[in-house]
Ligand binder design. Structure first.
Ligand code: ADP
Ligand code: MG
Length: 695
């Protein structure tokens, strides 16, 4: 029953020590306060209902006959009690209506305040001076409407606050993951300190079964760590010196020491919490349309209520004023912009939380909505479909011995930062080759490298580079094709302008890439692969993993243009990459998915970050987005249907047809029920589980 802005109470609450728990405490307090208000209204409501129509019970009717002074006295007392209910239980409606009025706006508070207020005012005037109204016989009061409507709406509000508290469960769970203490070594002594006191650079001990307190890098010891709570990946990850560990993950059976690198608000967990909170506070784009509609909705309802009053006063049965007031009040009460206002924020909060639970960080409502309607997904090859850790597999030397070729190639690659370079250097070092120093090194992105080694010019790279240098590569065409068809990346080496051989590396496909790609296609998404690698190699890999469309030999600076090309075909395109030389493409895409590795959660260019590094995350992210948007649509449809049915009935269209007129009490019940329905539907999302993807 809140407006969108109220349901995002934790927005920006990041600076506080424990924002989510503070927020949860707030919603607990709010719930209890509302329940007290409910009890008061209900306690007044029960006798008020009976005493408004005492003649229904013969005993009471005899004691309080119509027109008697005793009945008048009882009704005056009821009027006072009803005023107390308005002032206490209904206070938030009047203050909310007043706040809105000061901004020249009207909202759900305005409608409830007007509805209950008019019922009270009319009753009081009728009681004070029955002669004011043309139907002199009429002396009924509607204090029961005031009291019971307030009670029902407050109860609905309480249930909603409670559900809202539950929907931020994801944040509570995340924060609950944090370790309380850490065992650190200071001045040679081991001591347990509260986790807040760990500083970057501290030496931290982790024993079997311990929770890892902060982010860091392993110094000594080995173990396997269960990182599922952060990455969603269920298999424990092996850790050895040099590996990164994430705070809040769980050590299994080994023991190790690590150096703390990020503590406090810098840790991966803290960043995740922040990201999730920001996303939950954002808006689904549909909501902007809903906001516009809601803006017109409340004034429209007021106009309808006035119209209803006038019509019933002119055309309705006697007592005309009484019917006219009832119709106006019922109309004001039944309209429920609250269901409209809650329809999307509740689902978004739950959906984003679900993502976090599964190692998927959805940055905003925009990202979520776009992800739910992707037509195509482009996967970067290196580091996304494959591990991005190529190893040297073949050397084909034409003149000099193999080791000489490797020595020259590795000498040049030593200066390069490319993963391909690392693979070549690693083998040279394994073979204890002495790498000579190089001069005038040049890296040509998307092409290869060149340098002067021992006075000779060495060129290493793809065919494009060799052609550029005017070196004929045809003598090695056969070997090149064979290697490329095996999915390896062959690189030409030339010395002093003459072809010297081939060096090929292979990158392993990640275990679950094939299954994830199949699942993506199952969702009706076209899957393409993007790479700077040559077409033949790319197509071999594409065959291995089941990708239909290959965008190969793309220069790093052209990756974004390839995304755009697909978008120009009218497709909504997702791009999945590791952020290494594909950040512009991630930004260009409708949804940029960054494949993270453990601690690097804050990848700026991405709309969605997949912490686990598995492509399955893309599938899960799309499924969560679809489920959330489906939920949003159900809520909106429900709220819309409710209002388009409820309003005409409240206005009395059924009366001339079948003689049925809705009472304000039923309207209040229906209104509370509709908001509770929206909330419960959003809560259904909490039961969402990712489908098992078989490998
Ligand atoms: P990707 O991002 O898909 O790995 P790049 O644009 O980085 O592709 O590289 C494209 C191609 O350029 C590589 O497949 C390789 O043939 C060549 N290349 C790039 N850098 C190097 C290098 N340091 N040494 C040799 N070849 C390279
Ligand atoms: Mg890359």
């Amino acid at each position: 029953m809140s407006t969108a802005s109220e349901s995002v109470v934790w927005a920006g609450a990041v600076e506080k020590p424990d924002p989510a728990t503070a927020e949860l405490g707030d919603s607990q307090r709010e719930y209890r306060a509302l329940m007290r208000k409910w009890w008061f209204a209900a306690a007044v409501g029960a006798p008020t209902m009976i005493l408004s129509y005492p003649w229904i019970l013969p005993v009471l009717g005899d004691w309080l006959p119509r027109g008697s002074d005793r009945l008048r006295a009882v009704w005056v007392a009821m009027g006072v009690a009803a005023l107390a209910v308005l002032a206490y239980s209904g206070s938030q409606f009047f203050s909310g209506a007043w706040r809105a009025l000061r901004h020249r706006q009207a909202n759900m508070h305005t409608l409830i305040a007007m509805g209950t207020g008019i019922a009270w005012l009319y009753s009081t005037i009728a009681l004070a001076d029955p002669g004011l109204f043309p139907d002199e016989t009429f002396t009924e009061v509607y204090y029961d409407v005031t009291v019971v409507v307030t009670a029902l709406v407050v109860l609905g509000l309480a249930l909603e606050v409670k559900a809202r508290g539950r929907s931020s469960e994801a944040i509570r769970k995340l924060i609950g993951l944090q370790a309380k203490t850490a065992r650190v070594v200071r001045e040679g002594r081991e001591l347990d300190v509260p986790v807040e006191e760990v500083v970057a650079g501290d030496l931290v001990l982790v024993r079997p079964g311990d929770k890892i307190p902060v982010d860091g890098e392993v110094l000594e010891g080995t173990s396997a760590v269960d990182e599922s709570m952060i990455t969603g990946e269920s298999i424990p990850v092996a850790k050895a010196p040099g590996d990164a560990v994430i705070g809040a993950t769980l050590n299994t059976t080994g023991a190790f020491r690590f150096r703390a690198t990020r503590v406090g608000s810098e840790t991966a967990l803290a960043q995740i919490v922040r990201l999730v909170q920001d996303a939950q506070a954002s808006k689904v784009p549909i909501q902007r349309i809903v906001d516009v509609v809601s803006g017109y909705f409340t004034p429209a309802v007021m106009i309808m209520a006035i119209g209803g009053f006038v019509l019933w006063y002119d055309l309705g049965p006697a007592p005309a004023v009484a019917y006219a007031v009832i119709v106006a009040v019922t109309t004001l009460i039944i309209a429920c912009p609250c269901a409209l206002g809650m329809a999307t924020p509740m689902s978004l909060t739950t959906g984003v939380g679900k993502g976090a639970e599964n190692g998927i960080l959805i940055r905003s409502g925009d990202a979520l909505q776009s992800a739910s309607r992707l037509d195509a997904v482009i996967l970067d090859k290196t580091g996304t479909i494959t591990w991005g850790k190529p190893v040297l597999t073949d050397i084909v030397a034409t003149g000099a011995p193999e080791s000489e070729l490797l020595r020259m190639a590795a000498a040049v690659e030593k200066a390069s930062e490319h993963p391909l370079a690392a693979a070549i250097v690693a083998v040279a070092e394994e073979r204890d080759l002495r790498l000579p120093p190089v001069d005038s090194f040049e890296a040509l992105p998307g092409h290869g490298v060149m340098a002067a080694v021992e006075g000779r010019t060495v060129v290493l790279g793809n065919r494009r580079l060799l052609e550029r240098e005017g070196i004929d590569t045809s003598s090695l065409d056969g070997d090149w094709q064979r290697l490329a068809d095996e999915g390896k990346t062959p690189m030409y080496a030339a010395v002093d302008g003459r072809l010297a051989g081939l060096v090929a590396v292979a990158d392993t496909v990640k275990d679950d890439s094939v299954a994830a790609i199949r699942a993506l296609k199952g969702l009706g998404v076209e899957v393409a692969m993007l790479t700077g690698d040559n077409r033949r190699t790319a197509e071999a890999i594409a065959r291995q993993v089941g990708v239909d469309r290959v965008l190969a030999e793309v220069l790093p600076e052209d990756k974004a243009a390839e995304v755009k090309k697909l978008q120009l075909e009218g497709k909504r395109v997702g791009m999945v990459g590791d952020g290494i030389n594909d950040a512009p493409a991630l930004t260009q895409a409708d949804v940029g998915f960054a494949i993270g590795t453990g601690t690097d959660v804050a990848i700026e260019a991405a709309d969605i970050t997949l912490i686990s590094g598995s492509l399955r995350g893309v599938v899960t992210a799309i499924e969560i987005s679809k489920a959330t948007m489906r939920n949003v649509r159900q809520n909106l449809t429900g709220a819309f249907a409710y209002n388009s049915l409820g309003l005409p009935i409240a206005l009395g269209v059924l009366y001339p047809l079948v003689g049925v007129l809705l009472s304000p009490l039923m309207a209040a019940g229906a209104m509370s029920f509709s908001s509770v329905t929206v909330v419960s539907n959003a809560n259904r999302l909490r039961r969402w589980r990712p489908k098992e993807i078989s490998t």
